[in-house]
Design a protein around this ligand. Sequence first.
Ligand code: MG
Length: 261
Amino acid sequence: MRIARFSIDGNVAFGAVEGEGTGDSAGLVLDIIKGIPFADFELSGTKVPLSKVRLLPPVLPNKVVAFGRNYAEHAAELGHEVPDAPFAFFKPSTSVVGPGDPIAYPSFSSELHHEAELAVVIGRMCREVPRERVKDVILGYTCANDVTARDVQRREKQWARAKGFDSSCPLGPWVETDLDPSDLAIQCTVNGEQRQLGRTSQMIHSIEDLIVNITEAMTLLPGDVILTGTPAGVGPLDVGDEVAVTIQGIGTLTNKVIKRD
Ligand code: MG
């Protein structure tokens, strides 16, 4: 099931996406969910065309835990060794925006980069998750862009500003709950031109590894998001660019870069 979060007439709701499509609204319909997708829920049978709503970030995470250097060719392109163990950093909840929302170019950077990533959405509160239980804590998967001020990342020891500024974490267009994430094509285009193309099977540390690793340290809450790293091909974004992340079996997340007010 594809679960979207949206606003219509000032109300926010979740809905199951029906019909064929990758992220634009043509032909898609939402069946409004009674309740929230983090517990047992029912479809209301009340349907609205996707074209009549505004899609929101599919979840509002308490935290986004992002893993770095999880694809060997990407680590190499930035001149880094592949780490022996997974390593994580945070993107704050205020960095999250939804499909179609603008990415505001930060005033303190002149080198903004896209990073297309598979995002794992957590479905239930969990800690110290054993490997064999990892699938039980996952609600589903969505597309993410770990937008990075690369110059600031190089300059500053901690990445809070470089990877945590407002609008640096587009998520969407929806959460796909029925998906084997082990070998999906992941692509990033800028203005229609391909920049990144990889497969999730190229991850150094698997989704199981990442969730075992982070839940050794902290509790994950329903709606929390894990970013799993980006394949090779990261590159610059300029004001006016349209950046799209497409993941096989999920859909396309598109955002435009604007000048920050
Ligand atoms: Mg990243």
